[in-house]
Design a binder for this molecule. Sequence first.
Ligand SMILES: NC(=O)c1ccc[n+]([C@@H]2O[C@H](COP(=O)([O-])OP(=O)(O)OC[C@H]3O[C@@H](n4cnc5c(N)ncnc54)[C@H](O)[C@@H]3O)[C@@H](O)[C@H]2O)c1
Length: 482
Amino acid sequence: MAREFTTVGVVGLGTMGAGIAEVFARQGYAVVGVELSDESLERGRQHLTNSTKRAVDRGKLSEADQQALMERVTLSTDLADLAEADLVVEAIVESLSAKQEVFRALDAIVKPEAVLATNTSSLSVTEISTANASPGRVVGVHFFNPAPVQELVEVVRTVVTAPDVLEDVTALLTSIGKSPVVAGDKAGFIANTLLFGYLNHAVAMYEGRYATREDIDAAMRFGCGYPMGPLALLDLIGLDTAYEILDTMYRQGRDRLHAPAPILKQMVTAGLLGRKTGRGFYTYDGPDSSAVVPDALTPSADDAPQLHHTIETVGVVGTGTMATGIVEVFAKAGYDVVVVGRSDAKVAGVSTSLERSLDKQVQRGRMEEADKQPVLDRMTGTTKQDDLADVDLVVEAIAEDLAGQDDAVREPRRDLQAGGDPRHHHLLAAGHRVRPGHLAAPGRHRHALLQPRPGDEAGRGGQHGGHLRRGRGDDHPRCARS
Ligand SMILES: NC(=O)c1ccc[n+]([C@@H]2O[C@H](COP(=O)([O-])OP(=O)(O)OC[C@H]3O[C@@H](n4cnc5c(N)ncnc54)[C@H](O)[C@@H]3O)[C@@H](O)[C@H]2O)c1
């Protein structure tokens, strides 16, 4: 039968421990919080009071509930007060010896069936557990900061964790509204292993001058829908913390994805720790500020590419999903669009999909019915590439699988270039990777990943504004130009 948990002990009431105590107390559990000294106990109490007061201020907790919550928490400086606990969560400093000491001491205090958990981020749960006489009852419970808000908890099993312990802890976490996931005992567990490999890769890209910090961050925000770019996120986490996490994972797993990019260490040594020191990958208007201010790397207005041609008509070659989306982006922005397909039926398909997409936007209140027809009227379809002779920009978006078949791609592209009047300065952009050999005049080609985004409707004032923005939505316009 599954264990019943009624009393939860929390050892260490710092950032994480106070949050974990709050999580359980909010759900009606009796909580016993243990700290090192009266002074740190008082700090823990303040953490709890401030956090629950914020919840009251935001209308997420009533004052009466806050008071009841605080009454469910007993604070102590004596581990012996954990005798009644059914579960103890250790959240003290990240030190193996200090954690082992707690797990050793708990042996003589808690009931034999009590479950012991550690909130460690990077130490080995197995090593911590061996300090206890019954390592089978030890698991990792990795809460995320801030614990009352973040839903994810990684439950870490060691090779000796008893299956019923794992099941009971996972069920308990689910019952208090968390979303537990189970992982083996490897530094980084699931989320940090994946996240920090990605963050480290972004740093390496920046270090290798592959792209600017603004473009690296924009790519992940606007291309993948992440709320923050990787470099801005590293500034928030703190470069010193990120370095330590990567270094620990690298030393344990030897996966070169986690070998900290050298510039990370250099920045840490130079005191560029991110927001906390006011400077990291970006510069902030002071320590602990989130407001980015310009610095030497901020692109100046003079760097912004100028458009040398007036763009009025855009040709789109292709009739697939991407081509249809690209047609929509340009037509909604006020450009006349010529779609080239391999058959009338395929061209008609683009027109139908475009109409369907606009209908959906009208239904969702994102577009006025009256604005629909003018957009549809801007699209014309053809099966002849010669009809591209007068367009100012050609976007190639034919199927990726065709791109593998050299002739299928090279020929249409050569045709495009042969058909174009050089005086019109045709601009070629591709919706996917293009090998330079495919193009007779690679200098005229810009590879732009054109992905329609919801709300990408900035448009231009008039029909002949001639300013073409890449879909970024920030204040660094880029123009496709030859
Ligand atoms: N901060 C985070 O974002 C985060 C996220 C997930 C996990 N963690 C992990 O959680 C643990 C705690 O981190 P934190 O950020 O809350 O640290 P913290 O420094 O804010 O708090 C640690 C607290 O433990 C107390 N303490 C130290 N030794 C003790 C002992 N022997 N008995 C009782 N109390 C003791 C300290 O007085 C302090 O109040 C660490 O293992 C850390 O790796 C941290």
